[in-house]
Design a protein around this ligand. Structure first.
Ligand SMILES: [Zn+2]
Length: 230
């Protein structure tokens, strides 16, 4: 049995990914006729690097999420399940909702095991740790396994004050799905893109699916034993 030496790094909240609500959008870049997405997408990198220069990754291929359903808008859980399936299929990681528990707080996720859980919670600013101008936020936690800093757990928080109304707009469910996919890709380990045509652009850009820059840069972020060929 492999010995695991585990340390939770105090104060090591990392990989904060903020999705900024941007009301002045100019449309969906992928909808333009003849548009070739690849040429417009900047390289996508990991959101965090260890002191030796290697990207921070999960120690396992499996990420468990536990949802605190308090305050969740109707349909939110099925949408999160759909996003988890899409990110799993695109990356090779196995991302699942393993439980719902309204008593869980983010602190409960720390130091449990090296595969999470990631706590998913809903609320308005003041109730949960999200700013007024964001749809959602992912904050990762790192720990050390056998001397290597790895992702350990995290918090995926949805600002219901901005996210719920997204669902009423044009392609509402797609736009809600896009924000959750974006945060889940932070959870896997991707950082932000400088390209407005990327799902990982930090401002809302109308994109509701996983863009090619994610699948083209899996090798930096996803552990080799987990990756799916593309
Ligand atoms: Zn982000």
């Amino acid at each position: 049995m492999m010995q695991r030496i585990v340390t939770i790094l105090a104060g090591a909240a990392a990989a904060v990914g903020v999705m900024v609500a941007a009301p002045t959008l100019t449309g969906h870049p992928f909808s333009l006729p003849g548009h070739t997405a690849d040429t417009d997408l900047a390289p996508l990198h990991a959101s965090r690097f260890n002191s030796d220069g290697h990207p921070t990754q999960w120690a396992t291929c499996r990420i468990s999420m536990v949802v605190n359903p308090d305050g969740a808008p109707a349909g939110a859980l099925s949408l999160i399940r759909e996003a988890a399936r899409e990110v799993s299929a695109a990356t090779g990681m196995t991302i699942r909702i393993t439980d719902t528990d309204s008593t869980l707080t983010p602190a409960a996720s720390y130091g449990v095991k090296n595969s999470g859980p990631v706590i998913v919670s809903f609320g308005v600013p003041g109730q949960v740790n999200v700013a007024d101008h964001t749809y959602a936020l992912y904050t990762g936690r790192v720990g050390a396994v056998n001397g290597t800093v790895v992702y350990w757990a995290g918090m995926l928080t949805i600002n219901t004050a901005t996210w719920a109304p997204l669902g009423a707009g044009s392609d509402g469910r797609g736009q809600q799905l896009g924000t959750v996919l974006h945060e889940m890709l932070h959870m896997v380990g991707f950082g932000h893109s400088t390209s407005p045509a990327s799902l990982m652009y930090p401002q809302a850009n109308g994109i509701s699916g996983i863009t090619d820059d994610v699948t083209a840069n899996l090798s930096e972020v996803v552990p080799s034993q987990c990756r799916r060929p593309h």
